[in-house]
Design a protein around this ligand. Structure first.
Ligand code: SAM
Length: 323
């Protein structure tokens, strides 16, 4: 056994012995343990935030976008985020062009919160803005104060906060957007609970995450399809797809989904796998609501959904700039 390991073990046994000898100090020890755990989490978060902000500085200020993609950051991300918004239009069965009732008019009439927004959030791609539009990110201050935001973000209010604890009232939003963020946060379940709280009954979550086995300090919670389903069990799945488009080079694919907070309490848990994505075409009407076997009331008695027949192509990632 190495010297360091021996010393660590000795300190541990000594600590246990001291605690056993002085039971009256147990509450104090418990408090110190909690403080130590909180400090550890705070240190981890600070390291993650530094790494994340350095990446964006490099991409935006130091020309990393031109090196990687041949065009400035605002152009690359503007095109990419617009594409994501048009994808939402496709899921909602709304026109993606200038016809009445298109996605931009839909956004104009709604309140949105984007969690883990980054310096060019998807919400900034709505051409007519939103009723209310809030971007939540622990790095908000850095993004704003360092001048990293493009002009498209002028109508977006940035709040510096963790997605686990968003300082906005309940039932604030018609739509919560969470793009390429849930594997970055400290507590994914707490973030999904916040999405649920922030949404009005019947409100929607527009969601994307990498599916991956790769874990590092910036991506502490690699996601699988099963884990995502478990996290969102309080929501109804409107549609989903697996896609070769992914954000991190070590991810194997991406998961795109539209989910709905149930309109009626008590809120049901989805207990069966979701059906394949049901998406309307350009002119399509709103897709029919998918049917699930539910633990609660909504659509109870519907046939049990089958495993989605979704194929992931082996093609190279082409959508999102690599991270
Ligand atoms: C990979 S970036 C994605 C940014 C943007 N959504 C996009 O797709 O371009 C992940 C973002 O999540 C943010 N983030 C990290 N931990 C978070 C947390 N606990 N709550 C909310 N956002 C977080 C990071 O600061 C960063 O801006």
């Amino acid at each position: 056994m190495s010297k360091a390991r021996q010393n660590g073990l000795k300190a541990y046994v000594k600590n246990l012995f001291m605690r056993a000898m002085r039971p009256g100090l147990a509450p104090l020890h418990a408090r110190l343990d909690r403080l130590e755990a909180e400090l550890g989490l705070a240190r981890q978060r600070a390291a993650k935030d530094r790494g994340e902000l350095d990446y964006w500085r490099w991409l935006i200020k130091r020309g990393g976008s031109e090196k990687q993609h041949g065009e400035p950051f605002a152009v690359v991300f503007g095109r990419w985020q617009r594409h994501r918004l048009l994808k939402l239009a496709e899921y909602l069965g709304l026109p993606q062009d200038d016809r009445p009732g298109n996605i931009d008019e839909w956004c104009r009439a709604r309140s949105v919160v984007e969690i883990g927004a980054g310096p060019y959030p998807a919400v900034a791609a709505a051409k007519k803005g939103w009723k209310r539009c809030v971007a939540v990110d622990p790095l908000a201050r850095g993004y704003v104060e360092e001048g990293l935001l493009p002009s498209a973000c002028e109508g977006v209010t940035y709040i510096e906060a963790q997605g686990e604890d968003v300082p906005l009232p309940s039932n604030f939003a018609d739509l919560v957007v969470c793009e390429n963020c849930l594997d970055h946060v400290s507590d994914p379940a707490a973030v999904v609970r916040e999405m649920h709280r922030l949404l009005k009954p019947g409100g929607l979550v527009w969601f994307f995450v990498d599916l991956s086995d790769h874990r590092d300090y910036m991506h502490p919670h690699p996601m699988t399809e099963a884990r995502v389903r478990e996290l969102f069990e309080g929501f109804v799945l409107v549609g989903q797809e697996l896609t070769p488009h992914k954000a991190h080079p070590k991810a194997h694919s991406g998961l795109r989904a539209l989910l709905r907070k149930p309109a009626h309490a008590p809120e049901p848990a989805v207990v069966a796998p979701p059906r394949p994505a049901t998406r309307g075409g350009v002119n399509g009407a709103l897709p029919p609501a998918p049917r699930y076997a539910l633990g609660g009331q909504e659509d109870a008695g519907a046939p049990v959904a089958r495993e989605p027949e979704i194929k992931v192509s082996n093609g190279r990632a082409v959508g999102a700039p690599g991270r």
